[in-house]
Design a protein around this ligand. Structure first.
Ligand SMILES: [Zn+2]
Length: 393
């Protein structure tokens, strides 16, 4: 995500909307029914963007990075009256958001950005769909485009006030996790979590642990613990057996919804609903709506999880900790499913790999790793705080 705190990055140019060359075209394909829609945005330069459909009521959301609408009004857009409403404005730091209220359920049929330097054109095409085919859960992640790596920023000495992190050492009790050469995962990750806790607390960060001894804790109890602590970040720690054919090294996982609607619905069904999404009462809503609202919350949470994953990767690389070839991967680990708490799973290494195992049991290596994760959390928190401050302006 865009971390435009570095002085060099602040000087970066902002894209401007060329409203005369932008439009919303509607085209009726039959005698009745709703028209197809095509939104064209011409910008002074290419920008990262994402497009996503959300429900209740049906809307198209287009987020544009580093884009300034100046004093432009949606009513100046050619074809603005072909939908019930259009709004736009600053969304969060360095991101602007366009919201198109749709005249019914629609689907994105294509979205793309074409550059003709210096200009760029983003086109999002929508077709009407029947109510029963309306799927407003196309994972915000899948819609993320061209997000740049974070800049390497100076790490602040102190964290923003009131920062709470929930550490989640995996497994425990009846579930020892992966076992190799007399070592077990549950014990190793607990030892690491305790060392990390001490390091973070020394920086003034409030730390919760889903377990601090060798006990079994269910996956959902881990998420609930994070919510009860009002954690700003959930960090799950593992050191699993190396899957066949996979390279060793530290690996970071973020939730991949991959249109996993059923999983979201199961989660919504199984939980006490007020437990799932703080601030929004889902009691009495049907499952479909609950999962839509969860996904809507996740459109904000997912980029924040990915942002932390980027911070972690760049810090690991910077400090020469061995990384997997694809250091950030998506996975449907249920423990990462919290819709409203940025959640990341860190495989410190693989216990079945002799080199990784030697690292994991080495106090010196763990000390380095603890320092790296501490730095990543401080850097990420600073970036989060900058965004929030901007939102309050
Ligand atoms: Zn594990």
């Amino acid at each position: 995500m865009g971390l435009l705190l570095a002085p060099a990055a602040i000087a970066q140019e902002t894209a401007r909307l060329d409203i005369g060359a932008s439009s919303l075209i509607s085209e009726k394909k039959g005698w009745w029914g709703r028209p197809s829609l095509e939104l064209t945005l011409t910008l002074s330069q290419a920008v990262p963007y994402r497009a996503v459909i959300v429900g209740d009521p049906p809307r198209l959301i287009v987020d544009l990075k580093d884009t300034d609408f100046d004093e432009l009004k949606p009513s100046q857009l050619f074809g603005h009256d072909s939908v019930p409403g259009i709004r736009w404005g600053d969304f969060r730091q360095n991101w602007s958001r366009i919201v198109l209220e749709l005249p019914g359920p629609y689907d994105i049929t294509s979205a793309g950005q074409r550059t003709l330097p210096p200009q760029a054109t983003i086109r999002v095409a929508l077709d009407p769909v029947d109510e029963e085919d309306f799927a407003p859960l196309p994972s915000a992640t899948a819609a993320l485009r061209n997000l740049p790596e974070p800049a390497v920023l100076p790490v602040p000495a102190t964290p923003p006030e009131g920062l709470t992190v929930m550490l989640d050492p995996g497994h425990g009790g009846i579930d020892p996790g992966a076992i190799a050469d007399g070592e077990n995962e549950a014990e190793l990750v607990l030892k690491f979590a305790k060392e990390l806790k001490a390091s973070l607390e020394a920086k003034g960060i409030t730390i919760g642990m889903t377990r601090d001894s060798d006990v079994f804790v269910g996956l959902e109890a881990r998420m609930t613990a994070a919510r009860e602590a009002q954690a700003d970040l959930f960090l799950s720690l593992h050191a699993d057996a190396l899957p066949t054919g996979q390279a060793a090294g530290a690996t970071i996982y973020v939730w991949t919804p991959r249109a996993d609607n059923r999983a979201a619905q199961q989660l919504a069904t199984r939980h006490d609903r007020s437990d799932l999404l703080s601030g929004v009462d889902l009691k009495g809503k049907d499952d479909q709506l609950a999962s839509v609202m969860m996904d809507f919350a996740r459109t904000d949470t997912q980029p924040r999880s990915e942002n932390f994953a980027s911070f972690l990767t760049s810090r690991l690389a910077l400090h020469g900790i061995g990384l997997h070839d694809r250091p950030v991967q998506g996975a449907a680990f249920s423990v990462l499913k919290s819709p409203d708490i940025p959640s990341v799973l860190l495989e410190l290494g693989f216990i079945t790999d002799p080199h990784d195992r030697a690292n994991l049991i080495s106090p010196e290596w763990r000390k380095r790793m603890v320092a790296v994760v501490t730095e990543a959390i401080l850097g990420w928190a600073q970036d989060e705080r900058a965004r929030t401050a901007h939102l309050r302006q």
